[in-house]
Design a protein around this ligand. Sequence first.
Ligand code: MG
Length: 158
Amino acid sequence: MEYRIGVGYDIHRLVEGRKLFLGGVEIPYIKGLLGHSDGDVLLHALCDAFLGALGEGDIGERFPDTDPQYEGISSGKLVKNVCALLKEKGFNINNIDSVIVAQEPNFSPFKKSIRQAVARSLEIQEDRVNIKAKTNEGLDSIGQKEAIAVYVVVTINK
Ligand code: MG
């Protein structure tokens, strides 16, 4: 059995006038994440983790935002594309662990629904996906509620 590990990180700015999406789930909050289409920072970090495990570079290389076909592409489509590559290379998803770092909103009530949504979109069992949520103890830009960051680690095998 061949096992591989990938790590992903992303951070997006919180701004007014946008909806907040994490892992494909809409979270009620007064601000949302700036970025192409939905700005789903968790799905972006997840894509980077898979690409890392596959030895396929990063999200910016694979989906350049200067290329019109990827301009404003939804994060769900990026995940589907990366999953197709993973299957094509003969790999299965073993597990995913993640940390959402956000001062606000409180993600604890949404961890379960985010977990379910991520598992569903990847067509894997829920117990292979883990979502953790932490604040930044009021420190730096995240602590000042200006941004949300996500760390993801994945293991894949074939
Ligand atoms: Mg991003």
